[in-house]
Design a protein around this ligand. Structure first.
Ligand code: EPZ
Length: 446
C-alpha cells in the first residue's frame, strides 16, 4: 500500500493505493500447486534469530508481508536481512551478530502479531526490553497476559505501561511454567526466552502446533537444547550462546489447506510440498464432501466431482484439532455445498467478519454466540467485498472462484500477509483472477 498526502483546504486527505482482486467465477481449477514455507514458522524463527550470534540462512522464504515486517524489526534492532537468489525461489540471509538496540516501537510492532514474539529473544540476548503492544489480524482482543505471566515466571521484572512492555531479564533462571491456555505465541516466546536462561525450564500445557516443533528444530540447529515440542511438556536446558545455521522451515499447512478446499470446491488439484499429516482434521472433513482424495506423505490430489455435499460440522480447537486458520475458508465451501453445515469457532471471539461479506454474495448463514449454521446454496453471486483479515480474505477468494459473475475483493494487502502471490498460483491453475491497483480516498486525519 503506498500513500501520498494532498493538502486541500487545510485537511489532509490520504490517498492510498489499496490493491484489489478482480475474479470472474466459474472456471474449473486444474493442475499442480507447490506450497510455500510456513508463515507461522518463519515469523517466530525470525524472532529467534535475535538470539543467534552468527549468520542464518533460511531457505525458500516467500515475501509474505508479515515476513517483511519482521525483517524491518530485526533491522531496527541492528540486525541485517537480505533476500538472495536460492535454489527454489529466494533464501533469506539474517545476521543479528551486531544487535545493539532492545526496543520495538509502536509503528513497527503494530503491523504484526508476531512482533510480541521478539520480547523473549530481546530479553534473553540484551537483558532488558521495551516492546510495544502487537498488531495483527483483527479477530479478537488477543491479549498477551499468558506471554507476560511466563516471562515473569522466569524471573523477569515486567512493567506494562502506556502500550509498552518494559522488561528486565538480568536475573533470568530456568523454572517450571504452566500455561493457563495452550497459546501458540506464548509457548514460542517463553521457549525462546528460556534458551539462554540459566538452568532448566519446563513448559507445561504448551501449544503443540507443528510450527512449535519447527521452532524447536531451528533453535536446536543453532545449538539450543530443547526437547518435547509437539507434546504436552517442553524442556529447555539453557545454553551460553547460539551459533549460525542454514534452515528450511516446514511447508505452510494453512496455505495447503486453503488449496485443498479450493480443489474440493471447483477443481482437480495436485498439491505438492505438503506435510499431509499436519492436515488430518481437514482431510477427514473434506472426505465427507464427496470429492475424490488421494493422499500421500508429501502431496495430495483433491478432485471436486460435482456440487459438494456438506462436511457436517467443524469446531475449531488447538492442534491437533480443527485449525481456526481454516475456519473462514470452510464457510466458502459450506456456502455452496448441498445441505446444512455447522461451524463453531472456539479460539477467537470475533473471527466471523467474513460472514457479512459472504452474505453480500448470496450465502445463507446464521450465527449466534460463536455457533453458525450455513444452508448451502446452488449458486452464490459475485459482488464487491472487502477482506476483513487474512483468512477471511482467503475465504472471499474461494467464494469468488465459484460465484456466478465477477467479484471485486478490496484490501487484499491483508491476504498478502500470509499468501505470497496467491493470484499467480490460482491463475496458473486456470482461475480468472487479476490484481488491480485502485486509488481510494481515505478521508481521515485532518
Ligand atoms: C498464532 O497466533 C497464529 N499466528 C495465528 O495465525 C493462529 O490463529 C493462532 O496462533 C492459533 O493457532 C502466528 O503464529 C503468527 P494464540 P497467536 O496465542 O499466537 C488467547 C493466521 O491467520 N490468548 O494461540 O496470537 C487469544 O486471545 C494467524 O495465520 C490470551 O488470552 O494465538 C486467543 O483467543 C491468525 N492471552 C487464543 O488465546 C495470551 O497471552 C489463541 O491465541 C495469548 C493468547
Amino acid at each position: 500500500m503506498s500513500l501520498f498526502f494532498a493538502n486541500f483546504l487545510g485537511r489532509f486527505i490520504i490517498y492510498s493505493y489499496m490493491d484489489s482482486f478482480y475474479i470472474v467465477g466459474g472456471n474449473r481449477l486444474e493442475g499442480e500447486v507447490v506450497i510455500d514455507s510456513a508463515k507461522n514458522s518463519l515469523l517466530p524463527i525470525l524472532a529467534g534469530c535475535i538470539l543467534v550470534e552468527g549468520e542464518v540462512l533460511l531457505k525458500n522464504v516467500p515475501r509474505y508481508s508479515d515476513v517483511l515486517a519482521m525483517c524491518k524489526i530485526l533491522e531496527h534492532l541492528g540486525g541485517k536481512t537480505r533476500f538472495i537468489k536460492g535454489e527454489v525461489g529466494e533464501d533469506l540471509y539474517i545476521d543479528c551478530r551486531d544487535i545493539s538496540y532492545n526496543d520495538v516501537p509502536n509503528e513497527l510492532a503494530c503491523t504484526v502479531r508476531s512482533s510480541i514474539f521478539t520480547l523473549g529473544p530481546i530479553l534473553g540476548r540484551m537483558g532488558t526490553a521495551k516492546v510495544s503492544y502487537p498488531g495483527g489480524c483483527d479477530i479478537g482482543l488477543r491479549p498477551i497476559d499468558i506471554h507476560l505471566a511466563g516471562i515473569k515466571q522466569l524471573g523477569s521484572k515486567v512493567v506494562d505501561k502506556n502500550g509498552y512492555i518494559y522488561a528486565d531479564g538480568l536475573k533470568l533462571k530456568g523454572e517450571d511454567v504452566m500455561l493457563s491456555f495452550s497459546s501458540v505465541g506464548a509457548t514460542e516466546n517463553i521457549m525462546m526466552l528460556a534458551v539462554l536462561a540459566k538452568g532448566q525450564t519446563r513448559i507445561f500445557n504448551p501449544a503443540r502446533e507443528p510450527e512449535i516443533v519447527d521452532l524447536q528444530n531451528f533453535l536446536n540447529s543453532c545449538g539450543a537444547s530443547i526437547t518435547g515440542a509437539g507434546s504436552n511438556l517442553i524442556v529447555i536446558n539453557g545454553v551460553k550462546k547460539l551459533h549460525g545455521t542454514t534452515y528450511q522451515a516446514i511447508s505452510d499447512r494453512i496455505e495447503a489447506g486453503t488449496f485443498m478446499i479450493a480443489g474440493a470446491m471447483c477443481g482437480k488439484l495436485e498439491i505438492k510440498n505438503v506435510a499431509t499429516d499436519h492436515n488430518l482434521e481437514l482431510i477427514t472433513k473434506l472426505s465427507q464432501t464427496a470429492c475424490k482424495i488421494e493422499r500421500y506423505n508429501d502431496r495430495i490430489i483433491i478432485e471436486n466431482r460435482g456440487r459438494p455435499i456438506s462436511f457436517g460440522e467443524i469446531e475449531t480447537a488447538v492442534y491437533p484439532g480443527f485449525p481456526t486458520d481454516l475456519q473462514a475458508q470452510m464457510f466458502a465451501l459450506a456456502s455452496v455445498s448441498e445441505g446444512y453445515s455447522l461451524i463453531i469457532e472456539n479460539l477467537f471471539e470475533s473471527r466471523f467478519k467474513h460472514i457479512g461479506e459472504l452474505l453480500k454474495m448470496g450465502a445463507d448463514i446464521r450465527c449466534k454466540n460463536g455457533v453458525c449454521i450455513v444452508k448451502g446454496k446452488e449458486k452464490i453471486y459475485g459482488a464487491e467485498v472487502t477482506a476483513p483479515d487474512l483468512r477471511g480474505g482467503a475465504s472471499l477468494v474461494l467464494a469468488g472462484l465459484v460465484a456466478e459473475g465477477y467479484t471485486t475483493i478490496n484490501n487484499v494487502e491483508l491476504i498478502d500477509r500470509g499468501y505470497f502471490r496467491i493470484e499467480d498460483k490460482l491463475s496458473a491453475l486456470g482461475g480468472d483472477i487479476k490484481r488491480i491497483k485502485c486509488e481510494k480516498k481515505v478521508d481521515n486525519c485532518s
